[in-house]
Ligand binder design. Sequence first.
Ligand code: ADP
Length: 474
Amino acid sequence: MRILSIRARLTLWYSSLLALTLLLLGGVCYGLLSYSLARDVDASLNSVARALEERSHGRGSFPPSEVDEVFRRFFGFSPWERYFGMFDPGGRMDSGSGKLRLSPKARKNAAEGRFTFETIEGIAEYPVRILTRPVIRGGRLVNLIQVGMSLQNTESTKRTFLFTLAAVFPVALLLAGGGGWLLARRALSPVDRMAEAARKISVENLAERLSDPGKGDELSRLARTLNEMLDRLENSFHQVRRFSADASHELQTPLTILKGEMEVALRMERSPEEYRRILESGLEEIDRISRLVDGLLLLARSEARALKMDLQPVDLLHLVQEVHGHYKEPANSRNVTLALGPLSPLSAQGDKGHLRRALVNLVDNAIKYTPDGGRVTLSLEQRDGRACLIVEDTGIGIPEEEQSRIFERFYRSQAALSMGEGGHGLGLCIARSIVETHGGRIEIDSAPGRGSTFALLLPLVTLPSRAWSAGDCF
Ligand code: ADP
C-alpha cells in the first residue's frame, strides 16, 4: 500500500473536516429555511382566515372580490378560487373551491374550537397548506373557514437553496483543499530542506549543521535537536578516532620494542643467560600489551553495558585490608608509607574483583605519584549514606584544570610524564567506569604540591559485618 505524504494527509483531513462542516451547516440552514418558510405560510394563512372571520358577521358566504382582496393583501396574489372554502357546522361547503374538503381531524378540532393546519397532496401539482379555522359566536360554532396556499413557492425556494448549496459545496471544497495543500507545502518545506541537508551530512562532513528556520517554532526545535544530536555524534566520532589512534600508538611502542629485541637476539649466537634476559624483557613487553588490551576490553564491555558482574555483598573493610597488605611492601620499596586510616565496617553490593581493581588503580597511582618519603593513607567511612573508600596521598597533586581530564582514556599529565612513570593513562578511566557501573562515583580533591585525595563512593548494603579491631590494620 502506498503511504500518503504528510502534506496529502493534512490536505485530506482538512478537506474532509471542511466537507463535514459544510454538510452540517448546509443541513442546519436548510432546516431553518424550511421551518421559517412554513411558519410564514402558516402565519399568512392565519391572517387571511382571521381577516375573513372578522368580515363574515355570521354570513355563510363571501363575495369573491372580498376573498380576493384579503388574499392579495397577505400573499400579494390570489389563489382564492382554488383554496378557499366556507363550511357550515355540519361540514357542508357553503361556498368556495370544490377541491377543498374538511378532514375528520379538522372537523373534530373545529368542534373543540381549535385551528387545524394540514398539508395536502394530490389536489394540485404541488402540496397545498390548508388552515381550517372555526368561527365561533356566542360560544357556538357558526361555520368553518378554510383557506389554503400552494407550497409551490416554498418548494422552489427550498430547491433553489439546495441547488446553490450543491454548486457552492464542491467549489468551496476545491478552494479549501487547494489552499490547504499550498499551506501544508509551505509549512513543511523547511522539513524537506532539513531532510535534504541531513542526507548530505556524512562522516566526511560531520561538522555541517542544519539551518534553523529561526522562528522559534516546532521546526526550529527540531532543527536544534537534530543539531545537538549531530554535535554528540561528531564528538563520539572524534573520540573513537582519537581512541583508535591512541590505542594503536600504545600498542605499537611495546610491539616495536619486542620486535627490536627479537631481531637483535637473532643476529648472532648468544649465551643462555643472554637469551634468558632477552626473553624476560620480551615477556615484560607482552605483559604490558596484555594489560593494555585487558583494560581496553573492560572499558569496551563497560560502555556496551556488557561487563560481567558477579554481584554479591562485598566486605569493603576486608577489601581495603587485602589491598593494603598487598601493596605495603611495593610502597615501602619506593620509600612511601602505605598506612590505614579510620576504617568503618561497611559493605557494598558489587563484584569483588572489579571493585578490587578500581581500588588498586587508585592505590597504584597514589604510590606512583608520591615522591620519596611520602605517605599514602587508605580509609573507609560512611558519607552521605554511601560507603566511601578514600585513598589519600602526599604526592605531586593535580592542577585544577587537569582534574576533569585525568579520567579520559590515555590522558597523562605532563608532571606524571616527567616523573617517568609509564602507565597507559587508562587506570582512572577504568576505575571510574567500574564505580559508575556499580551506581557510584569518584570524587577528587587535589592541589599541586599538597597531594591528592580520591574518594570512591558506593551504594551501601547493611550486613551483619564483623567488628573491626585496631589489630586488623597490620
Ligand atoms: P596512568 O597509567 O598514567 O597512571 P591513570 O588513568 O591512572 O593513568 O591516571 C591518569 C593521570 O592522572 C596520570 O597520568 C596522572 O597525571 C594523574 N594522576 C592520577 N592519580 C594521581 C595521583 N594520585 N597524584 C597525581 N596525579 C595523579
